[in-house]
Design a protein around this ligand. Structure first.
Ligand code: HEC
Ligand code: HEC
Length: 445
């Protein structure tokens, strides 16, 4: 029965919790923290970055001129739009250690999943829709050039990750005060939820966050779950809390990128009227006096894939709520998925919480959604479907046999657990003319 959010929660607002102590949070400081500090100590040597090609089936190292790009393309990473020592967004050079056997370490940060690019431009806070975290971990995360084996699946299908499972797994190694335990408690680990990261610029409108609305957006600790590397003692969380208060403030300051191509304004106005009639009750209204109803729609009504909802259970929710993470805001139990604000929606394909629908047109016509497909996993204009708004895909008749795992993860098979693209049929009764008007309007958000 448990429908808990992998992260945290709520309802305590009326109980008189005092505001957190400390200086007023600063978006400016938060930006610096996010883009220059590392909150998980390195578990890899920096040289792993330069040696990764040895796992690519090549006889010799590609030219230096091509290496960074080939590395990004293989794992689905994006150029950093800030100084990052030549590393892609999401990787960070950090001092090594005796245990690591080098002074030059490499670690990952939030932007490995929360940094993306579109039309050749990288954005902090655009969910990474191309990431293969499984391949990255296996080929770059090992010691001494060996392949690493993750303790559970990190990515089932490219562009999604098992971020929820990471929390469930890592919290199992912590007691309520976040001290490390010698043995892991199983908090119902399930690694087929196929989660697509929400854009960070939506956070400022949301009272609750995560796909099920299971966490209170005011919670700083909820977003510190990604610090649960076993190399971090409990004291690291206490020390980092004020940094994360600033990071949260920075996330609240982000704005969506504007649609870069011409928009047919008269058509968009028609679409706006249709949107108000058919969509606004769940997704809100836009413009200066915007509204956002913050609604969670019951699973039986929305009808989208149930795995994300079912896959993080009461057992995790209870452990979370007893822990240090929930001392400010408890995790909330909900009955379905939150209808997100649609600001910048043109840039955040693929759609739905599991990234199962490649275009807005598909969101509005459930009959037209592809069932088995792949895409280039590039994010330039050539990869973009301007008519249907989202990613161009290639349809497949059946799953090819004998593909290496890294190639198989490029194929989205909607018959697999966690990957259904059913549900959300609110656009089915519209005509195509109406759908394209709504799509034109969505470009303006
Ligand atoms: C392995 C990929 C990954 C990493 C690393 C990661 N996240 Fe996330 N994050 C996700 C996914 C996926 C979700 C959606 C989770 C869900 O509800 O299923 C999410 C959700 C969130 C949300 C809620 C967004 C919303 O609107 O609901 C916030 C805020 C957030 N992450 C912040 C962070 C911060 C800060 C860090 C670094 C400390 C971080 N994340 C690291 C993948 C990641
Ligand atoms: C009854 C409430 C409801 C109505 C009406 C509704 N939606 Fe949604 N919508 C949702 C929910 C809930 C989700 C998230 C479902 C999921 O991810 O599983 C969603 C998801 C979406 C998404 C994908 C968002 C993303 O970031 O992946 C788009 C786009 C969208 N809706 C557009 C529309 C449009 C356009 C209309 C009107 C034709 C509409 N919706 C009508 C509840 C609604």
């Amino acid at each position: 029965m448990g429908r808990w959010i992998a992260c945290m929660v709520v309802l305590v607002s009326g109980l008189g919790f005092a505001a957190a102590p400390g200086p007023k949070p600063s978006a400016e400081r938060g930006k610096t923290n996010l883009l220059t500090r590392s909150y998980n100590p390195p578990t890899m040597a920096l040289s792993n970055y330069h040696n990764a090609w040895k796992h690519w089936g090549l006889d010799q190292k590609p030219d230096d001129a091509d290496y960074d790009r080939l590395f990004r393309e293989r794992y689905g990473l994006h150029p950093a739009p800030y100084p990052n020592n030549g590393l892609p967004m999401g990787l960070r050079a950090a001092p090594g250690s005796f245990a690591l056997g080098t002074r030059n370490g490499l670690t990952t940060d939030c932007l490995v999943c929360h940094g993306g690019s579109i039309f050749g431009q990288s954005y902090v806070g655009l969910g990474n829709s191309t990431l293969d975290f499984q391949a990255f971990y296996e080929e770059v995360g090992g010691l001494g050039g060996r392949k690493a084996k993750p303790p559970f699946t990190f990515t089932n299908v490219r562009g999604t990750s098992e971020a929820g499972a990471m929390s469930v797994y890592l919290l199992g190694y912590r007691d309520d005060e976040l001290n490390l335990r010698l043995t892991r408690r199983d908090l119902d680990l399930q690694d087929d939820l196929c989660e697509d990261p929400p854009a960070w610029w939506l956070l400022k409108k949301k009272k609750t966050m995560y796909h099920t609305g299971g966490a209170d957006t005011r919670s700083t600790r909820a977003i510190m779950q990604f610090m649960m590397s076993p190399l971090n003692p409990a004291s690291a969380f206490h020390k980092a809390e004020s940094d994360f208060r600033d990071i949260r403030e920075y996330l609240l300051s982000l704005e969506p990128p504007k649609y870069p191509l011409p928009i047919d304004q008269p058509l968009a106005s028609k679409g706006e009227a249709l949107f108000k009639d058919n969509c606004a009750r769940c997704h809100g209204t836009y413009g200066e006096n915007w509204t956002y109803p913050n609604k969670v729609i019951a699973l039986k009504d929305i009808g989208t894939d149930p795995r994300r909802f079912e896959g993080i259970t009461h057992k995790f929710g209870e452990a979370y709520n007893k822990s240090w993470f929930a001392r400010d805001y408890q995790a909330i139990e909900t009955d379905g998925y939150q209808a997100p604000p649609l600001d910048g929606i043109w840039a955040t394909a693929p759609y739905l919480h599991n990234g199962s629908v490649p275009t807005l047109y598909g969101v509005l016509n459930s009959q037209a959604r592809p069932k088995l497909f792949t895409r280039s996993f590039r994010t330039d204009r050539d990869a973009y479907d301007e008519k249907h708004v989202g990613w161009k895909v290639e349809l497949l008749q059946r799953m090819p046999e004998g593909l290496p795992a890294i190639e198989a993860r490029k194929i989205y098979d909607t018959s697999k657990p966690g990957r259904s693209n059913a549900g959300h049929t609110y656009g089915d009764k519209l005509t195509d003319e109406e759908r394209f008007a709504i799509i034109e309007y969505l470009k303006t958000l």
